[in-house]
Ligand binder design. Structure first.
Ligand code: HEM
Length: 115
């Protein structure tokens, strides 16, 4: 177990998380049309901005979710898999921040996008 300290750490987190997402019976369909070669670097950049204060992510991440048919169960699964992946590899302040921030953003998305 180690702290999240580098972009390589963030990449390990995001890549392992997405392996779980694309194999999950409840949420995999959201990701089936995505070109992961293009998508994953953006997600890595996003988390590097949050966890490592690294500049480079400037898109409107929230809006990318507006047209998806999201529901409460999908959010709960997404969050469970994300937290599980953080705990699989990492401990410490940044690991806690990753879990806190994902919970907060998922909650904000839920209130914005679930009808
Ligand atoms: C049920 C929950 C979620 C599902 C099914 C989901 C699915 C997706 C999909 C399909 C995209 C690609 C959209 C596109 O390029 O048109 C995307 C982008 C993204 N999502 Fe999620 N998402 C969920 C929750 C979250 C949460 C809670 C976060 C952050 C904590 C997040 C972070 C991102 C980021 C950073 C991108 C990349 C945006 C970009 O291309 O700049 N997602 N998501």
């Amino acid at each position: 177990m180690k702290e999240i300290e580098s972009k390589e750490d963030v990449a390990l987190l995001v890549e392992t998380f997405y392996q779980k997402l694309v194999n999950d019976e409840l949420v995999s369909h959201f990701f089936s049309q995505l070109d992961l070669k293009e998508h994953l670097p953006r997600v890595i950049q996003f988390w590097s901005f949050i966890l490592l204060d690294e500049a480079g992510y400037s898109a409107n991440m929230m809006e990318k979710h507006a047209r998806l048919d999201l529901n409460e169960e999908s959010f709960d699964r997404w969050l469970k898999l994300f937290h599980e992946t953080v705990d699989q590899f990492f401990t410490g302040e940044k690991a806690e921040l990753a879990k806190q921030r994902s919970t907060l953003i998922a909650w904000t998305m839920k209130t914005k996008f679930i009808k």
